[in-house]
Design a protein around this ligand. Structure first.
Ligand code: CTP
Length: 403
């Protein structure tokens, strides 16, 4: 990406305050950046700081004749190797989708032939609004790459999808998309669930399983390395959060389901690697259950079945490409084939958890990938290696499924 020329369009959202840091990191990665601000972006960031970090005069007015004399807006549109728009507000996205050219940035969008990358940032209800969805769909059809938004806490105090993608992720997206080698998932949005879930009995006790999360985390990292924008929904595990991956931590199966369904409509491929607890206690006691009051009487815990997360995603009107994982101890392939059909999955990965040298807590795995057109076995190897092979195989299946 050395020497790549980026026109950075900055919309008028709160996330614009992060753009000086974004400019710094793009420049540090060897890119030449000219910032272009919309009128409302001036409320969130100053031209002084952007000029200092970019080394270029900031452009913010189509009618600035002095700036136009040194580089006209059509010349600027031709100068760009990439037009990056971050943050892109709902209003700016609507104007881009409709081809309005009522300021410098929207005019540049129409005038450039360079690839355009848009990082949306807005309140979660605005992001979820059908008008915004429609506009995003139009931009995607027009060949624009949409990166993000992230899930998390928002300036308005709510939590959900809408935050601008982290700066590191925007920069790595630009670096990766300009290097076509080994990036089969470039620009795809991938969701990975990982780890166990915990189902509470009382404030200090719970039911869980022995999933370590290692295979799920390895898949998240492999998808990131393949160029995807990755969200990892993780149960409680003892693993460090993977870099460059948006992570949502949950405890119970119900929380995992709600985090997944919050973003599933914006996802291209989902890997359900988590060992979701199939049952939870019918009641979680608000206070610690005290043995001394039970006088030695036997105790039983009534359990109720948890919703199936993958099946809930499969029931959406336009579900992502769905990859399930089946931990089995007998009749591996037969059980996995039935599970794939029962849960309406595109593919399923099965492993033998009765073999303690592979599976749950070990660092190695051996798996078979089953899909509508056949099966492939990946022999025993480190989980990171299995993950890269699975990501490569799934991106091929995903691509052939779409063509
Ligand atoms: N899964 C899920 N929601 C659940 C249970 C499982 O999404 N409530 C997903 C897992 O993440 C995995 C796949 O379904 O991708 C298979 O999980 P597994 O535990 O092997 O299957 P179960 O549905 O629990 O079936 P069984 O207990 O009969 O083996």
């Amino acid at each position: 990406m050395q020497g790549k020329r980026i026109v950075l369009g900055i919309g008028g959202g709160i996330a614009a305050y992060k753009t000086p840091a974004l400019v710094r990191q793009l420049v540090a990665a060897g890119m030449d950046v000219i910032p272009v601000m919309t009128e409302s972006a001036n409320h969130f960031v100053t031209t002084t700081v952007l000029t200092t970090f970019s080394g270029h005069r900031v452009r913010n007015d189509l009618w600035d004749l002095e700036a136009e004399r040194s580089m006209g807006h059509i010349e600027l549109a031709r100068w760009a190797d990439t037009l990056l728009i971050a943050p892109a507000t709902a209003n700016l996205i609507a104007r881009l989708a409709n081809g309005l050219s009522n300021d410098l940035l929207t005019t540049l969008y129409l005038a450039t032939t360079a690839p355009t990358v848009v990082a949306p940032a807005m309140n979660l209800e605005m992001w979820n609004h059908s008008a915004t969805k429609r506009n995003i769909g139009v931009l995607e059809t027009d060949g624009v790459s949409i990166i993000g938004p992230d899930y998390g806490e928002q300036a308005c105090g709510e939590t959900g999808p809408g935050r601008m993608l982290e700066i590191e992720d925007i920069v790595s997206h630009l670096l990766v998309t300009t290097d076509p080698i080994d990036t089969p998932m470039t620009g795809l949005r991938v969701l990975v669930t990982a780890g166990p879930t915990r189902e509470s009995i009382d404030p200090v006790r719970y039911i869980t399983n022995s999933s370590s999360g290692k295979q799920g985390y390895a898949i998240a990292e492999a998808a990131r390395d393949a160029g995807a924008i990755v969200t990892l929904v993780s149960g409680p595990v003892a693993l460090p959060p993977p870099k460059g991956v948006q992570q949502i931590n949950i405890i119970s199966a119900a929380e995992m389901k709600s985090a997944v369904l919050d973003i599933a409509n914006d996802i291209d491929i989902m890997f359900g690697v988590a060992a979701v607890a199939d049952y939870r206690p019918t009641h979680s006691e608000p206070h610690k259950i005290k043995k001394m009051y039970r006088n030695g009487s036997p105790m039983s815990i009534e359990l109720v079945e948890n919703d199936d997360i993958l099946a809930s995603v499969a029931a959406l009107s336009d579900p992502p490409y769905l990859v399930g994982f089946a931990a089995e101890t007998q009749s591996l392939v037969k059980n996995a084939v039935q599970k794939r059909e029962r849960k309406c999955l595109d593919a399923i990965v099965v492993n033998d958890v009765s073999d303690h040298t592979i599976g749950f807590d070990s660092d190695e795995n051996e798996v078979t990938l089953l899909h509508a057109h056949g099966e492939t076995t990946f022999d025993k190897s480190p989980k990171a290696e299995i993950a890269s092979k699975l990501v490569a195989a799934i991106s091929e299946l995903y691509t052939s499924n779409r063509t």
